[in-house]
Design a protein around this ligand. Structure first.
Ligand code: 2P0
Length: 362
């Protein structure tokens, strides 16, 4: 869709060396993407809230390469100031698949420095923030060299498309407040190829909204998301699940438009438990929730029942529990975490996060 053989640097007029820096946040899906086909295309539409305090900073330094090797991409890579061969290999392979989209990459020497705002071992998904930050740097570089992405909407759409190829969920991090990824007739221009912003369609309640991430375990997951998505292909409930997500999307959007927290919360919690149920009935089956996750879920439901306060949970593909609630009950919720939930967290750890304004160029 974005292949462009004209994006080649004129060697008689090379650019001065320079650098580009983007900060891009993670996101939390309310309707989950789980199951994909082809080149990172989703089996159902998903909707996420864009976060703020869990982010990746990525800088991309570039200079003309006087001795291009012809085939590969000349890359130096640092993660938290240190070389990291495993991450470097992944990024290098990703950049090489992007050669038809950004042919100028092979004409440059690149240095990528990246790091997360949260500890590497926090068990917080970093592929969404990392891949969106990298995609934004690449689009800024293209625009700097060729002036081809001057329109903000055009820039964001391409960044979202590139981010998706790096990690599906990353395409949703490009936009403020909330985004939808995947075909649905209920959102204008929605596509399987990129996410679209829906922040303008939601009630202010969801813009002053929190997601405190309770770190139940920071251990590496026993089954990666990549493997988890693949197991959906043989899951006997897959088609029913995809249909459910498609039907739910307009219901969630309507609740978010009107500020209906009750409907929002019901869908959020059901989506989380459905995601984990799908893992439990995959073949082979697996379980990423832990006893602490279940204890927190039960406490959250009991708290809501007892107080009537709109506190809900969701889960990512891991044991950590995300607490979702509007800003107006922050003091009550933080006291509840401290008194009742922190004891289930690894070393008492949780990351305070909230709905944010999307990526920033630094
Ligand atoms: C999501 N997750 O919608 C779902 C729900 C986790 C739980 O997408 O293989 O890292 O890179 O496309 O995006 C996590 O999987 O998977 C994920 P790839 P990704 O956020």
């Amino acid at each position: 869709m974005y292949d462009n053989p004209r994006l080649v640097i004129d060697s008689s007029n090379p650019p001065e060396p320079g650098s580009i820096v983007w900060r891009s946040p993670s996101n939390i899906a309310i309707i989950k993407y789980w199951g994909k086909y082809g080149l990172q295309l989703p089996r159902n539409p998903s909707l996420s809230l864009t976060l703020a305090s869990s982010f990746t900073d990525t800088s991309l330094e570039y200079a003309i390469n006087d001795n291009p090797s012809g085939s590969g991409i000349d890359l130096e890579f640092y993660f938290h100031q240190e070389e990291n061969e495993a991450f470097k290999a992944k990024i290098q392979a990703f950049l090489e698949t992007l050669a038809p989209v950004f042919p100028f990459l092979k004409q440059l020497k690149l240095v990528i420095r990246t790091g997360n705002s949260f500890p590497h071992s926090a068990g917080i998904a970093s592929s969404a923030s990392a891949m969106s930050a990298l995609a934004l740097c690449l689009c800024s570089l293209e625009d700097m060299l060729f002036g081809t992405l001057q329109e903000p909407d055009v820039f964001d759409r391409k960044a979202s498309w590139v981010a998706r190829l790096g990690s599906g969920s990353a395409c949703r991090s490009v936009f403020p407040h909330a985004a939808v990824w995947g075909e649905t007739q209920h959102v204008k221009e929605a596509s399987n190829e990129y996410a679209v912003p829906v922040g303008d369609l939601i009630h202010d309640t969801f813009k002053d909204f929190h997601d405190d991430i309770l770190i139940v375990s920071s251990d590496e997951k026993s089954v990666s998301s990549r493997a988890g998505h693949a197991l959906m292909d043989g899951n006997p409930f897959a088609e029913t699940r995809y249909a459910q997500a498609r039907q739910r999307l307009p219901v969630l959007l309507d609740a978010m438009r009107t500020g209906d927290l009750d409907t929002f919360g019901k869908i959020a919690e059901d989506e989380a438990l459905t995601l984990h149920a799908l893992m439990m009935c995959s073949n082979p089956s697996y379980l990423l929730m832990q006893p602490g996750s279940v204890a927190i879920i039960e406490k959250v439901r009991a708290y809501r029942q007892a107080t009537g306060r709109p506190l809900y949970f969701t889960l990512d593909a891991g044991p950590n529990v995300h607490l979702l609630y509007p800003g107006e009950i922050i003091h009550e919720v933080r006291a509840f975490i401290e008194e009742e939930l922190k004891k289930y967290c690894e070393n008492g750890r949780y990351q305070e996060d909230w709905v944010g304004e999307g990526p920033e160029e630094m």
